[in-house]
Design a protein around this ligand. Structure first.
Ligand SMILES: Nc1ncnc2c1ncn2[C@@H]1O[C@H](COP(=O)(O)OP(=O)(O)OP(=O)(O)O)[C@@H](O)[C@H]1O
Ligand SMILES: [Mg+2]
Length: 263
C-alpha cells in the first residue's frame, strides 16, 4: 500500500487488519488495512461502490467479514454482534439517516443512550433512586450534545417535519449522545447546502478539538476532506490504494488517475 501511515507508536483506537468481505462470489472488501489513531480526523474516500459503507458495516458488526481482524483499543471485536460492538463505544451516523422519524429529537438521543443504562425495569422497582439518577444522567448527557450541536430550537420537534440538513446533524448528534470512544460518520455532508456544510465542518472541528473523539469520516466532498482531515485513506473496488496526509493524497498519481481526476 502506498504511504503506510505511522501512528507514533501509540495504540490506534481502531485497527483494521486485512479485512476481506464477500457476498457470494462478489468480493466487496479485499484485505483492507486501516488505522484510526486516538486523535484527529481520518477520512475515507473513494468512488461510489468502493466499499466504504461496507467497511463501516463490517467494523460495527452488521456484516461478518470472511477474514481479517477489527481491533478497538487493541480488543478483538471481529464478528461480534452489532449491539455488543455499539455498547463497546462505537458511535455511528448513517448515510441514509435511519432516524426514528416519529420520535422527537431528544427521544431519538435517549433511545440510543441505553449503552449506559445498567438498571433493568424490574430491578428499577427496587432501586428506584439509582435508576432515577441514571435517567437524570442520561438526560443530562443528551442535553449536552443538543447544546453542542445547537439543536435547542428542535429539541422537542418530531424528526419527520425537520429539514434534511437538520436531520443529518441529528444523526451525528445521536451518535455522539452515547459518548462514544470512536465516531464513524458516513457521508454526513451529502445533500447539505454550502451553508449547512460549513456548519457541519465547524462541528467536526470542535469534536476534534473540544471532545477529542477520534473520527473516521466517509466523505465525497473533496474540498471538505482536504480542509479538515488529518489523514486520508483511499478505497477503490474494495481495496485500499493509498493513505497519507491531504497533500500526499492530492499529489498521489494513482489516486488522481482513479478518483480525483474523475471528479
Ligand atoms: N448486503 C450486500 N449484499 C451484496 N452486495 C453488497 C451488500 N452491501 C454492499 N454490497 C456491494 O458492495 C459494494 C460496495 O458497496 P458500498 O455501499 O460499501 O459502497 P460505498 O463505497 O459506500 O458507495 P457510495 O459512495 O455510493 O455510498 C457495492 O458493489 C455493493 O453493491
Ligand atoms: Mg456508502
Amino acid at each position: 500500500m502506498v504511504g503506510m501511515m505511522q501512528t507514533g507508536g501509540q495504540i490506534p483506537t481502531l485497527d483494521v487488519r486485512g479485512l476481506t468481505l464477500r457476498f457470494g462470489s462478489v468480493e466487496v472488501l479485499r484485505e483492507v488495512t486501516l488505522q484510526v489513531p486516538s486523535f484527529g480526523i481520518t477520512a475515507l474516500i473513494g468512488p461510489n461502490g468502493a466499499g466504504k459503507t461496507a467497511l463501516l458495516n463490517a467494523v460495527t458488526g452488521i456484516y461478518r467479514p470472511q477474514s481479517g481482524q477489527v481491533l478497538l483499543d487493541s480488543e478483538d471485536i471481529t464478528g461480534l454482534p452489532a449491539h455488543v460492538i455499539a455498547k463497546k463505544g462505537i458511535g455511528r451516523s448513517f448515510q441514509h439517516l435511519e432516524l426514528f422519524q416519529r420520535l422527537t429529537v431528544i427521544e431519538n438521543l435517549l433511545v440510543f443512550r441505553d449503552r449506559h443504562f445498567s438498571g433493568n425495569p424490574l430491578a428499577a422497582l427496587w432501586f428506584l433512586g439509582k435508576t432515577a439518577r441514571q435517567e437524570a444522567e442520561q438526560r443530562a448527557a443528551a442535553e449536552d450534545v443538543i447544546d453542542f450541536f445547537e439543536l435547542w430550537p428542535y429539541r422537542d420537534a418530531v424528526v419527520t417535519g425537520l429539514s434534511y440538513g437538520t436531520q443529518k446533524i441529528i444523526g451525528v448528534t445521536r451518535a455522539m449522545a452515547m459518548s462514544p470512544r470512536l465516531l464513524l460518520l458516513d457521508e454526513p455532508a451529502s445533500g447539505l447546502t454550502r451553508e449547512e456544510k460549513e456548519n457541519l465542518a465547524r462541528f467536526i472541528l470542535r469534536l476534534r478539538s473540544d471532545w477529542k473523539v477520534p473520527i473516521l469520516w466517509i466523505e465525497h466532498d473533496m474540498d471538505l476532506v482536504m480542509d479538515l482531515a488529518d489523514r486520508i485513506y483511499v478505497l477503490e473496488l474494495g481495496h485500499c490504494i493509498a493513505s497519507g496526509t491531504p497533500s500526499e493524497i492530492r499529489d498521489n498519481l494513482e489516486v488522481r488517475k482513479s478518483y480525483l481526476g474523475a471528479t
